[in-house]
Design a protein around this ligand. Structure first.
Ligand code: EPU
Length: 434
């Protein structure tokens, strides 16, 4: 069944209670899956989230000649012995932002790349000038023409170099790392992004024989190697999915034990929840989030690159701020246009005023169910949280955005007591997407 045609229906107002598992991290998985083409070998990737963006990434690989075998729902074998560069179909790459990793990976393997410009969530302008600056520093000529990007290394070989990123960019950092892994000499990326998915991608590449140090800090050093080999690698847990469930527990006055997490990655979310008066208990690879009857305290939040509060938690956090006592401020400092979901929340009774890059959020006693849209992936998960916390029935349209990044969301939520389902035209109902 085509989920782009479905709607989510929620009957809200019930506290969610129980244990909820977190899947592998989308933003690490997309980078790692596409970077397998650097290996000229077989890799087995475990804890791969079963989501649309990964399925698109695997389809892209198949289209360029890579053999992909699903060993189980979350494990895939990727054999990149044979790859034909430059032929990834535009219809696939334009569906997903992270398809830009194909540029770095093709450059790293072949010294040239020809890839359609990427799609993804609409947050206003999403430039890739820093990626291009990095490829040029490594000795490539880069042309943008007719919706495609063509990059070619002089004499077919990339040369290690120093790259200073003018903005902290996750995609730019990873893409330059991919291009540099097999370059001649050493590449140094300065002002690199620190996100856990950068560390995970570097760990994967190092396990394949790359020589990358400093991932997770401002300066990443990549000594070019001649060849990479295949490995079996397990993707880290998704901190944004985990953070979404943490907010969900607090918003529904629930008690959720969120399992398969790395609590350290959640520090910024945990700190804000504690400031709001929510109980957060870390225990090994789980966090339990519990909210009692006391009202939530207002707080101010500013999104920042890691380890700051993640921009990908902006919409979910906004939902919780709506339920706090008094006026909270949520400042977005990563994407210029991340507040498109605010109009949808207002349909549910939210009182939010947008002032430049700051949302001034006035607390309300509760949301009321309404008909809303998932304007992008994280905005969609925020609508789900608001609907589950709301009095009455909420209907969410354009839900395909949500399933780009959350594995089995409906099944996981039903298992902790949510009254949520997907309905399709002609009243055919499905409770999950298997
Ligand atoms: N930027 C530039 N030039 C560039 C690249 C980025 O000016 O060449 C700017 C952007 O306009 C933005 C800032 O730098 O203002 C950060 O962008 P970044 O490159 O870090 O974003 P991204 O790599 O395109 C990844 C995630 C996003 C997440 C951002 C920020 C993936 C596939 N996507 O995007 O995740 O919002 O980092 O953390 O890793 C999501 O998962 O829902 C999602 C949108």
């Amino acid at each position: 069944m085509d989920i782009s045609k479905g709607k989510i229906i929620i009957s809200g107002g019930k506290p969610l209670v129980g244990e909820i598992p977190v899947s592998g991290m989308k933003n690490a998985a997309v980078a790692i899956v596409l970077s397998t083409i650097l290996t000229e070998d077989k890799c087995i990737i475990e804890n791969l989230p079963d989501i649309a963006d990964i399925n698109i990434s695997l389809q892209i690989l198949e289209e360029i000649g890579v053999k992909v075998k699903k060993l189980s729902k979350n494990t895939v074998e990727i054999d990149a012995t044979y790859v034909s560069p430059g032929i990834a179909p535009y219809e696939l790459v334009s569906k997903m932002r992270a398809s830009y990793y194909l540029i770095g990976a093709e450059l790293g393997r072949f010294g040239r790349a020809f890839v359609g410009l990427p799609g993804g969530c609409d947050f206003g302008v999403r430039p890739i000038d820093q990626h291009i600056k990095g490829f040029e520093a490594l000795g490539c000529e880069v042309k943008l023409d007719g919706g495609y990007i063509e990059a070619t290394a002089k004499n077919g070989v990339l040369q290690g170099s120093s790259v200073y990123m003018d903005v902290v960019t996750v995609g730019g950092t990873i893409n330059v790392m991919l291009a540099a892994v097999k370059a001649e000499g050493t590449t140094i990326i300065e002002n690199a992004a620190h996100e856990p998915h950068i560390v995970d991608t570097a760990n994967f590449l190092n396990a394949c024989g790359a020589d990358i140090s400093g991932a997770g800090t401002d300066v990443i050093r990549i000594r070019g190697v001649k060849k990479l080999h295949g490995v079996t690698y397990t993707i880290i847990p998704d901190m944004i999915e985990a953070g979404t469930f943490m907010i969900l527990a607090a918003a529904t006055k629930g008690d959720l034990k969120i399992t398969n997490v790395i609590p350290k990655h959640l520090d910024s979310v945990t700190a804000k929840l504690c400031e709001m008066g929510v109980e957060v208990i870390e225990d090994g690879d789980s966090v339990t989030v519990r909210r009692g009857a006391a009202p939530l305290n207002k707080v101010n939040v500013k999104t920042l690159p890691y380890p700051g509060f993640p921009t990908d938690m902006n919409p979910q956090m906004c939902v919780l701020l709506c339920l706090a006592n008094g006026l909270s401020r949520l400042t977005e400092s990563v994407w210029e246009s991340r507040f498109r979901y605010v109009e949808e929340l207002k349909r549910m009774g939210a009182k939010i005023n947008i002032n430049g890059r700051c949302a001034e959020v006035e607390g309300i006693p509760e949301f009321t169910g309404a008909s809303v849209r998932a304007v992008d992936l994280r905005a969609g998960s925020a609508m789900v949280i608001a609907g589950l916390a709301a009095k009455g029935i909420t209907q969410i349209d354009e839900i395909y955005h949500i399933f780009r990044g959350y594995e089995d969301l409906i099944g996981k939520l039903q298992a902790v007591g949510a009254d949520i389902k997907v309905v399709y035209p002609k009243n055919i109902e499905f409770s999950d997407f298997d």
